[in-house]
Design a protein around this ligand. Sequence first.
Ligand SMILES: Cc1ncc(C[n+]2csc(CCOP(=O)(O)OP(=O)(O)O)c2C)c(N)n1
Ligand SMILES: [Mg+2]
Length: 319
Amino acid sequence: MNKKLSIELYKKMYLIRCAEKQIQKYYHEDEMKTPMHMSMGNEAIAAGVCHALTESDQIFTTYRTHSIFLAKTGDVNEFFAEMYAKETSSLKGKGGSMHLCLPKKGFMGTSAIVSAHIPVAVGCAWANKINKNRKIVVAFFGDGAVDEGVFWESLNIASLMQLPVIFVCEDNELAVHSHIKERRGYNSITEIVKKFRCQTLEIDSTDAEEIYNLTSKAIDVLRKKPEPYFMNFKYYRYLEHVGINYDFDAGYRKKDEFKKWLKRDPVSLQRIRLMKSGYVNGEIKKIEKEILNEVVFTIKNVKNAKLSSTDELHKGVFQ
Ligand SMILES: Cc1ncc(C[n+]2csc(CCOP(=O)(O)OP(=O)(O)O)c2C)c(N)n1
Ligand SMILES: [Mg+2]
C-alpha cells in the first residue's frame, strides 16, 4: 500500500466534498448567482484521473465542473471567487459554476452544450501531437453526451489520426431524468467503441486508487505512443441534476439505489483505507480540519471581496 498516494487522493476528494457542502450551506443566501450542477458521488473519478496527470496536461469538461476543477487545479480561491462573481476571479464572474476555466493549470474550458467540448478537446490533442509536446488531453463528459453525433465524429477523428486524448465517460446512467435504458438501442457503449482504433476500459468502481492506477498505466502508454483511450466509469449522482438538494421525490429514481451506492461512497471508502494503512483517527481529523478551515477562510475572504464590475462583461469574449 502506498500511504502517500492514499493520503493525497483522500485530500483531493475531501476538498471536493467539503467545498460542495459549503455551497449547500450558503447557496440559499443567493449570493452565488449561478446554477449548480453538483459533483457529489463522482469524486473518485475526478481525483483518480486528475492525480495521474501533470499540471500541463489539459482537461475539457461539461457544466458539472466542481470535482474536476478542484482535482486538477486545487485552486480553492479561484473556485469560490468565480462562484461569487468577484473581481478576484480570473473569469470575473462570466463563467460561474458551469464554465470554470483556468488554462494555466490545464483546466482549458467547459461547455454546457452537451458534447460540444469533445471536438475541441480532440483539436487540442491534434495540436499537441503536431507540436510533439507529449501533453495528454482528457475530455470528461456524461453518458448523455454519447447520444450526440459529435461524440462519434470526434472519436472517429481521434482514432483515425491516433491522437493522445482520453475520453472519460462519467456514466451515471442518467441524462437529467432519462435513464440510459430509455435512450439507447444498444447495450454497451464500450463494446461499440472497441470497434474503433481506440483503447477501452470500463469499470464500476468508487475506489480512487483503482481509477488512479488504471489511468496512470494508460497515460504511460499514451505518452510513448499517441493513441486515443476511452474510459467508462460508473458512478451515482447523489443530488438533483441541477441544484443542491436530493430529489428522490421526483419519481424517476429510488432512494434504495442511493443507499446501496452510499455504502461504497468514494470519500468514506478512502478514509477506511487510510485507517487500515495505519493512520489514526486523530491524524485524519486533523487533515480534514485543515481542509475545512481553508475552504471556510477562502469563502469568508471571497464574500468580502468586491463584486466584478459590469465593465468586465464585454472583455475577453467574442463579440
Ligand atoms: C446539445 C444539448 N442538448 C440538450 C441539452 C440539455 N441538457 C442539459 S444537461 C443534459 C443531460 C446530460 O446528461 P449527461 O451527459 O449524462 O451528464 P450528467 O448531467 O449526467 O453529468 C441535457 C440533455 C444541452 N445542454 N445541450
Ligand atoms: Mg449522465
